[in-house]
Design a binder for this molecule. Structure first.
Ligand SMILES: Cc1cc2nc3c(=O)[nH]c(=O)nc-3n(C[C@H](O)[C@H](O)[C@H](O)COP(=O)(O)OP(=O)(O)OC[C@H]3O[C@@H](n4cnc5c(N)ncnc54)[C@H](O)[C@@H]3O)c2cc1C
Length: 338
């Protein structure tokens, strides 16, 4: 194993915080990963993909493995209309989506331009514009970091939820995902443009009956206009998850704040946009040193240059406290805090 020591991480994660890894290695294959796990003899490891969903609050002292396992392939037919397609954990998510679209494979178009790797996508069941990974997920392969065994896990094993999965709960830190399999449509595409923003953008593009490629183009346009590019401004996308409240609490909140957007969920609970709550508390565009709340989208915390992870975490905690004080709602981070 080619370990490197005292490695700067600033360019290896999208918040761009200046911290270092004591011990770091890149793994390019399942064999290398297994060899590394064998050498570590059960000692803890941390895994890194594209670094677009982590906030580093200090140097990483636990050995860090950068999962760069490549590969992607159409495996074969799956029923009448679908194909089984896989990608290695180290593949860039957006490039994989583009590759699928080039072959007219449908299902991932609404998830265009989400940063990061294929291997991390199931961890928080990535989602955007009305679609979640779980909808097109078939199964994955993962290495158990304690036993060194390679396992196959299906949708049930992964227990996907809203920005959540088994890997964020009971399986936290235990498995390295090596390969993900998807069921994608090869014909009769299901166009998902329930989101007003997609419909409006398609209209601006002069598109009446959109193809999956045009939906992807619309999503890319919207994202580029709303979200900061990590190459220019450090961030990890939405910092907080949208909270859910009981139907009774939602009713009380509606009476007190008639403008509050609310989205009833199938289980009777009601989702409230965290960005709206944060904006109402006056944080949108706020800046404290180099840590800030993005001016175009209050859900996104940003690093204007030299913020530390602790600065960003401190701001996140102040935002959380003020939302709780004003609305009685606790917002939780979507980002993994190390
Ligand atoms: C501008 C921007 C926009 C974003 N928009 C969205 C969005 O619309 N929807 C959305 O859901 N997310 C969004 N995100 C968050 C992020 O892109 C996703 O969560 C992405 O899947 C993270 O992938 P990554 O490879 O960068 O993971 P990392 O940040 O490297 O890791 C995230 C977590 O996964 C673990 N991990 C990484 N690789 C593996 C592996 N192979 N096996 C096991 N564990 C692993 C890490 O240890 C860590 O705990 C956005 C982020 C940014 C910066």
């Amino acid at each position: 194993m080619n370990w490197q020591y005292d490695v700067p991480l600033r360019r290896l994660h999208t918040f761009g915080v200046d911290v270092r890894a004591s011990k770091y290695a890149v793994v390019h294959s399942v064999g290398e990963l297994a060899e590394c796990v064998r050498q570590m003899q059960g000692e803890p490891l941390r895994l890194l993909g594209g670094g677009s969903n982590i906030l580093l609050t200090g140097d990483v002292e636990t050995p860090l493995l950068h999962v760069c396992i490549p590969g992607r392939q159409v495996e074969g037919p799956y029923g009448n209309d679908e194909l089984l397609v896989w990608a290695g954990a180290g593949e860039n998510w957006h490039k994989f989506v583009q590759w699928c679209l080039q072959q007219d494979l449908g299902g991932l178009e609404n998830l265009s331009l989400i940063p990061g790797s294929v291997g991390a996508a199931p961890i928080q069941n990535i989602g955007a514009y009305g679609v979640e990974l779980a909808e097109v997920f078939d199964h994955l392969e993962a290495l158990d970091l304690q036993t060194g065994q390679l396992l196959v896990m299906d949708r049930q094993d992964c227990a996907f939820g809203y920005r959540d999965s088994f890997f964020k709960r009971a399986g936290l830190g235990r498995f390295a995902i090596t390969k993900v399999f998807f069921r994608l449509r090869a014909r009769d595409h299901r166009i998902r443009c329930d989101y007003g923003a997609i419909r409006d953008t398609l209209k601006d593009m002069g598109v009446d009956k959109p193809s999956i490629q045009e939906v992807a183009q619309a999503v890319i346009r919207i994202r580029q206009s709303k979200l900061p590019d990590p190459a220019e401004l450090g961030n990890a996308g939405s910092f907080f998850k949208n909270p859910e409240v009981s139907a009774e609490q939602a009713q009380c909140l509606r009476e007190a704040y008639p403008q509050m957007p609310q989205y009833p969920q199938p289980d009777g609970r009601v989702k409230v946009p965290a960005g709206w709550l944060i904006e109402q508390c006056g944080w949108k565009g706020y800046r404290e040193g180099d840590a800030g709340c993005y001016e175009k989208q209050a859900l996104v915390l940003v690093n204007y240059g030299y913020a530390t992870g602790a600065d960003i975490l401190h701001l996140a905690q102040r935002i959380t406290a003020s939302v709780q004080e004003r609305f009685g709602i606790v917002i939780a981070p979507e980002v993994n805090i190390w």
